[in-house]
Design a binder for this molecule. Structure first.
Ligand code: B1M
Length: 210
């Protein structure tokens, strides 16, 4: 579909209305919400990320792109959440302390809800106490943590160690994700699994709840 590269450009240029229009057009053409999400929005943000890394785009531009992506995601959210599936489990999710990246986490929340999980989203910049308070209050089964910076990902270990100190570690399945993480890191900090993307997060959570 020739609209897809156009949407990548619109996202790159932070053209919120055009991105929203593109999402609606693809849906009207019969695209599944998941394909619109991954092929138009996530792929567009991947391209933005490359030029951000290379110093071609700067924070203000990337922020506009991020807000355009969020506007597109808002349309898809109710469509992805349409499910009669029984509740599979409850997840508390948030981005770690010092980190304000929330698009990936929001996407994981959306997909988890769509798959039948109950999700409590704590937003960004969460200290260990914030996660632990919510896990206990909500009687959650799963803790999800997101980090997009190499400087903030070590904080995940602080959260897990705090849970260990309180004797609570084994009460929850701990899933971690974010672009700079990998399997090895997840093992090293004592998480249960690293989730490469939102779809993997859903599959992994399903496996643990089965
Ligand atoms: Co930031 N940023 N940023 N940024 N930013 C990155 C992460 C960076 C890689 C860009 C680059 O240099 N190429 C780089 C980090 C480098 C590093 O740490 N080594 C970076 C930097 C440096 C910064 C600042 C420091 C820049 C500055 O101020 N000089 C600053 C930090 C602010 C802070 O947090 N304290 C900053 C700021 C920003 C914006 C505010 C402009 C904006 C965020 C807006 C927002 O989120 N509301 C932004 C953005 C948009 C990005 C990039 C371009 C895109 C991130 C994104 O949304 N991707 C990013 C480049 C990149 O990642 N390649 C970059 C789309 C999203 C769908 O993917 O988040 O990976 P992702 O999520 C995936 C998976 O990772 C996984 O599933 C998701 C869906 O498939 N996943 C999980 C994520 N979380 C999960 C949790 C789970 C499971 C799976 O739990 C179970």
């Amino acid at each position: 579909d020739e609209l897809v590269p156009q949407m990548h450009d619109d996202l790159y240029d932070g053209l919120r209305d055009e991105v929203v229009e593109g999402v609606n057009i693809l849906l009207a053409r019969g695209w599944t919400p998941y394909d619109v999400l991954t092929k138009a929005l996530v792929e567009g943000m991947r391209i933005v990320g490359i030029d951000f890394r290379d110093g071609i785009l700067f924070v203000p531009e990337v922020l506009l792109a991020a807000n355009s992506m969020k506007a597109g995601m808002a349309i898809l959210k109710p469509l992805l959440a349409e499910t009669g599936a029984p509740r599979l489990g409850k997840m508390v999710i948030g981005t770690v302390k010092g980190d304000i990246h929330d698009i990936g986490k929001n996407l994981v929340s959306m997909m988890m809800e769509g798959a039948g999980f109950e999700v409590v989203d704590l937003g960004i910049n969460n200290a260990a106490e914030s996660y632990i308070e919510a896990l206990e209050r909500e009687g959650a089964d799963i803790l999800g943590m997101s980090a997009l910076l190499t400087t903030t990902m070590p904080y995940m270990k602080v959260v897990i160690d705090t849970l260990k100190d309180k004797g609570l570690r084994d009460d929850f399945v701990i899933l971690v994700g974010g672009a700079p993480l990998n399997e090895e890191f997840s093992r090293a900090i004592g998480a249960d699994a690293y989730c490469r993307d939102a779809a993997v997060a859903v599959e992994t959570a399903r496996d643990f709840m089965a």
